[in-house]
Design a protein around this ligand. Structure first.
Ligand code: GLY
Length: 344
C-alpha cells in the first residue's frame, strides 16, 4: 500500500491524515470496536485487522445521530471491556464520523479515535477537524464536542460504490474548499471536469487530497471556531436556510452549499468586495458540475431561517465573502441587502 501521512496539531490534539493512493483498500490494523452502518459494512470486511474487531452496525441515515444511538455505542464499549487506551474506529460517511467521534470523546473521558470516511463529503470535510455531535431537540448538531481523531484514513478507492447523488453533493463542498485556499485546485477542477465526474482514480485522489488539505490548514489555526474556521462556512448560511425552507432532503447538503456559495459571491459583489469576474468564475465552476444556481424559495422565509442560524452574532447576520481564491472575510450584512441578493 502506498500512503502519505500528514501530521497536524489541533488545539493540543495530534491528528494524522493518512492519504492512500487511488487503488489501495483501507487498512486499519489497530481496532477494538468498529462502528459502521449497513452501507459501509462491506468496506470493513476488507480493511485489514479491523475486520476482526468487535463490530457495531448501525442503520444508515441522519436519524442515527441521536442520544439512543450514542448510548448504544457506549454500551458496546462497556460490553466489550474497552479501556481508555483502546481504539474505536468509525467507518462511514459524515453521520458515522460525527457520531463515533462524539462517543469516543466521552467514553472514559476520551479514548483513542480512528476515522475512515467513506463519502467524498466526509473525506474533504466531516472526518477531519474534531467536530463531533448528534442532533438534539430538533436541532442539527446541537450537542457535541471538539475531539479530533488521532488518525483519519482517506482511501479514495472506497468511493467506487458511492451513489451519484452523494458524490455530487461531496463535489459541492470540495469546490468550496478549493475556493478557500487553493488556486491550483480550482484550476484542476476547471480543467479536469471530465475525469472528475468519471471518478478517474488518480485525478480524484489529487482533488480529495488538496481539498482536505485546505481544511487542515484552516483548522490547524483555529480548532474551536473562534476565528478563521468560520471561513469553512462559506455559503453555509444561505445553504442551511435553503435546506430548512425547501424541506430537508429536497436539496442535498452539497447542492445547497453550491447554491449558497454562488449567493455569497453575489452578496460580495453587491457589497463591493467580490469582483464580478470572480463571481462569474464561481458560477461557471458550479454550473459546469451541474449544480443548480437558482432556487424557488420565498425570500422572506429564507431570511427568517437565516436569523435562526447559529452564526448570528450581536443580533447581526455575518456572512463569509471573498475577494478572490483564498481571500476571505466575515462581514455583517443587513436584511435589505439580502433581499436584493436573493432577488437577483
Ligand atoms: N464543516 C465545517 C467545519 O468543520 O468547521
Amino acid at each position: 500500500m502506498n500512503a502519505e501521512k500528514r501530521s497536524f496539531t489541533l488545539g493540543g490534539f495530534s491528528s494524522d491524515v493518512v492519504f492512500y493512493d487511488s487503488v489501495s483498500p483501507l487498512n486499519i490494523s489497530n481496532a477494538s470496536l468498529v462502528v459502521c452502518d449497513s452501507n459501509t459494512e462491506h468496506i470493513v470486511e476488507s480493511c485489514g485487522g479491523a475486520a476482526h474487531a468487535h463490530r457495531l452496525v448501525l442503520s444508515p441515515g441522519e436519524s442515527e445521530k441521536s442520544m439512543p444511538v450514542l448510548e448504544s455505542i457506549l454500551h458496546a464499549g462497556v460490553e466489550h471491556g474497552l479501556s481508555r487506551g483502546d481504539t474505536i474506529v468509525g467507518i462511514g460517511g459524515g453521520v458515522i464520523t460525527d457520531l463515533v467521534g462524539f462517543a469516543a470523546s466521552v467514553y472514559m473521558r476520551g479514548c483513542h479515535l480512528v476515522l475512515a470516511p467513506t463519502s467524498l463529503l466526509a473525506m474533504v470535510d466531516a472526518a477531519f477537524g474534531g467536530k463531533t455531535g448528534i442532533n438534539f431537540a430538533g436541532y442539527k448538531n446541537m450537542v457535541g464536542t471538539f475531539y479530533p481523531a488521532a488518525e483519519v484514513h482517506v482511501a479514495p478507492s472506497v468511493l467506487a460504490s458511492l451513489p451519484e447523488l452523494e458524490f455530487h453533493s461531496g463535489l459541492g463542498e470540495t469546490i468550496k474548499n478549493a475556493l478557500l485556499g487553493d488556486e491550483g485546485l480550482v484550476e484542476l477542477l476547471e480543467r479536469e471536469h471530465g475525469a472528475i465526474v468519471a471518478r478517474s482514480p488518480e485525478v480524484l485522489s489529487e482533488v480529495i487530497r488538496r481539498g482536505l488539505l485546505v481544511k487542515c490548514r484552516i483548522v490547524e489555526q483555529d480548532l474551536t471556531e473562534t476565528g478563521v474556521r468560520a471561513y469553512l462556512n462559506l455559503g453555509h448560511t444561505f445553504a442551511h436556510a435553503l435546506e430548512s425552507v425547501a424541506g430537508f432532503g429536497v436539496w442535498t447538503h452539497g447542492e445547497a452549499v453550491a447554491w449558497g456559495t454562488v449567493r455569497a459571491a453575489r452578496l460580495g459583489e453587491v457589497l463591493g468586495i467580490t469582483p464580478t469576474a470572480y463571481r462569474e468564475r464561481i458560477e461557471r465552476l458550479f454550473a459546469g458540475y451541474g449544480f443548480r444556481l437558482h432556487a424557488e424559495a420565498s425570500h422572506e422565509k429564507l431570511i427568517e431561517a437565516m436569523w435562526h442560524d447559529k452564526k448570528l452574532k450581536d443580533g447581526r447576520l455575518f456572512f463569509v465573502v471573498q475577494s478572490g481564491v483564498g481571500q476571505t472575510q466575515l462581514v455583517p450584512v443587513e436584511a435589505e441587502i439580502l433581499h436584493k441578493v436573493l432577488r437577483d
